[in-house]
Design a protein around this ligand. Structure first.
Ligand code: SF4
Ligand code: SF4
Length: 195
């Protein structure tokens, strides 16, 4: 009898509780600030060109080989208006094969790619999953602007100690001695960026 009453009270409590789900796709719950969707490219507004040099490091590291990228000589470099000797020519991302692993972002030496929050891209044809350079720049630029408006600096491939506002953690006794508690190496010195 007591068990039945307990079960009944649980049912009544559940009936009165507000639902945690919504009627998708009519309604969307807000994304978490660090939600990771597909990658997008960074646009260097100061120079007026892509931050991507077309170095192909992202294409080489991508485990699903879903990036195709080519580079060309940068005419703005010859005019002395850009620090980039080479610039991206073609960039294509096959989002049907992208597994959102973020390796392309981590490997980029030029902070030219970022994991955006773009994720709802269902389409009837596989050809619509091939995303071109212009669209990737649009995703990246839009994402960076929206995040900065919320006071969040988007995470590109730069290591933490090179990011704006990084505060060095309090060094422990073992780190001050040059070793980590696990016996590994201490944090590496910041590597100079190419550009
Ligand atoms: S996004 Fe970065 S790693 Fe990929 S081609 Fe451009 S510069 Fe190289
Ligand atoms: S997130 Fe991973 S799978 Fe997707 S393009 Fe980057 S490296 Fe490739």
């Amino acid at each position: 009898m007591i068990g039945a009453l307990k079960a009944l009270s649980t049912t009544l409590k559940t009936l009165l509780r507000r639902p945690v789900t919504v009627q998708y796709p009519q309604r969307h719950l807000p994304l978490q600030p660090r939600y990771m969707g597909f990658p997008g490219l960074i646009w260097d507004a100061k120079v007026g060109e892509s931050a991507c040099t077309g170095c192909m490091a992202c294409a080489r590291v991508c485990p699903t080989e879903c990036i195709v990228v080519t580079m060309k000589d940068n005419p703005l470099f010859k005019e002395g208006r850009s620090p980039r000797r080479k610039i991206v020519d073609q960039y294509e991302l096959d989002i049907a094969n992208c597994i959102l692993c973020s390796l392309c972002v981590e490997v980029c030496n030029f902070d030219a790619i970022v994991m955006t929050d773009v994720h709802e891209l269902a389409a009837p044809a596989r050809s619509q999953f091939l995303i071109d350079r212009e669209t990737l720049h649009h995703w990246g630029t839009d994402y960076v602007q929206r995040m900065r408006a919320r006071g969040i600096e988007p995470t590109t491939g730069a290591p933490p100690w090179e990011r704006p506002g990084y505060k060095r953690p309090q060094a422990s006794a073992s780190r001050q001695a040059g070793t980590s508690p696990e016996g590994g190496e201490a944090e590496p010195a910041a590597a100079p960026k190419e550009g």
